[in-house]
Design a protein around this ligand. Structure first.
Ligand code: LLP
Length: 420
């Protein structure tokens, strides 16, 4: 049994009833299935291995929980990190330093130095000056920094504007037409082993077309760089593969993605790297919540749940859709709005949605919450920081406890000079 399914009329994570987790840990709570992560990690690997030997770096921004990192490290994954904090997590979770790629448009000098000290596998450079500084720091330490240039291929990923990264006007990467000259200037620097290029055009892609278009452009760039005498051994194709959030979503399969990559890259003769995030994690998790009230509304009733936009920000931020279902569905449905207790009109998880009929005290889940869920949570409205649970078969572990508003308050000293 994998994923989240009804067993005897009751929603389970693998063989564990979600109601048991709610009773023991409380709600709201994120629940992950270890088996679901493993399955996706293996399927993704199988897909892209059609292209030969590959390096897999989980984009840990999608789900940086240490237990999740350990699980994926056990599957042979490294990490794509975008901060010193994420690098520390990847290492603490058991990923090998050489399997860590450091991406991000604003790495600090301290982060570059920390990456060098840790011996991470690759820095994806976002601008020429960053390469100059990285080379300098590496030289001062007697080290050589393995690096690629992240280029912006100017391709429309066809996804939500706020998660698009590969258009010329986005802040990410170097303009692809300037990349060869920048490569010429950076490659000779002592302290830098500029060995390839990287891209990432956006997230939640529902079509392979923009990816293929971008990869073809990268192939041409690799040929041009080689034509200029550069040795290109690595190409990082980023992440971005979309998942199913709702009925009607038909994201490309991992197998089709791998087949496309194999076809486009067959003559490249490089080591390919990937940075999947959402595709490994989104559907490996749910957020479990309890109905507090069913409040009459003008058109539909409001189902007020005990989770809110601070626990799962995706709906408020990107108008994202998360399927919602009852842990013990009665078979009846009604049309309702589902909202949290936070004092913002954007704290609404669903409007005018046909869902299982529920009443106060019932449990609901928001599906597909394993990616960009807990990690984007906050304590807005002085709510507790939402906990996380990892299930394996019929056992589960709290892999991040609920952090109470009181314990956060304990970290906030009132200055003496306000005392009287
Ligand atoms: N590599 C880089 C350089 C990235 O910026 C990202 C995601 C990934 C890999 C992983 O992309 P994925 O495979 O997960 O699509 N919070 C948003 C998503 C932001 C994605 C940011 N970058 C959401 O909840 O939809």
């Amino acid at each position: 049994m994998t994923d989240f399914a009804l067993i005897d009329g009751e929603l389970h994570a693998e063989a564990t009833p979600l109601a048991r987790i709610a009773a023991e840990v409380g709600t709201p709570v994120y629940v992950y299935s270890a088996e679901a992560f493993r399955k996706r990690a293996r399927d993704f690997r199988k897909g892209v291995e059609q292209a030969g030997r590959v390096h897999l770096a989980f984009a840990i921004k999608a789900n940086p929980n240490l237990a999740v990192i350990r699980l994926l490290a056990n599957e042979g994954y490294g990490a794509d990190v975008v901060s010193g904090g994420e690098m520390a997590r990847a290492l603490a979770g058991g990923m090998k330093a050489e399997d860590i790629v450091f991406s991000g448009v604003g790495k600090t000098r301290a982060e570059l130095a920390a990456g060098l000290d840790a011996g991470i596998g690759q820095f994806n450079l976002e601008l020429e000056e960053e390469g100059v500084v990285l080379a300098e720091i590496a030289r001062s330490k007697g080290l050589v920094a393995p690096a690629t240039l992240r280029v912006n291929p100017d391709v429309d990923a066809g996804t939500h504007e706020k998660i698009s990264t590969g258009k010329a006007e986005n802040k990410f990467g170097l303009p692809i037409d300037q990349a060869p000259d920048i490569f010429d200037r950076l490659a000779p620097l002592e302290g830098l082993n500029l060995r390839g290029v990287a891209i990432h055009i956006g997230s939640q892609l529902q079509s392979l077309e923009p990816l293929e278009k971008a990869f073809v452009r990268i192939g041409k760039l690799v040929a041009e760089l080689r034509g200029r005498g550069h040795t290109i051994t690595h190409v990082d194709l980023g992440g971005g593969l979309g998942v199913r959030y709702k009925e009607g979503d038909v994201p490309p399969t991992m197998d089709d993605y791998g087949a496309m990559v194999a076809r486009v890259t067959k003559d490249w003769d490089v080591e390919l790297m990937f940075e999947p995030g959402r595709v490994l994690s989104a559907n490996a998790g749910v957020m479990l919540t309890e109905v507090l009230w069913v409040k009459p509304g003008v058109t539909n009733p409001w189902v007020v749940v005990d989770s809110a936009m601070n626990d799962l920000a995706r709906v408020a931020l990107y108008d994202a859709h998360h399927d919602i279902s009852a842990v013990k569905p009665s078979g009846e449905t009604f049309v309702a709005n589902v909202c949290g207790p936070v004092c913002e009109s954007s704290d609404v998880f669903a409007k005018n949605r046909e869902i299982d009929t529920v009443k106060a005290g019932d449990l609901l889940v928001l599906h597909s919450a394993g990616a960009y869920g807990a990690t984007m949570a906050s304590t807005y409205n002085s709510r507790a920081l939402v906990p996380e649970v990892l299930v394996s078969g019929d056992r589960f572990a709290v892999v991040a406890p609920r952090i109470s508003a009181e314990s956060i308050m304990d970290q906030e000293p009132i200055p003496d000079w306000l005392a009287d």
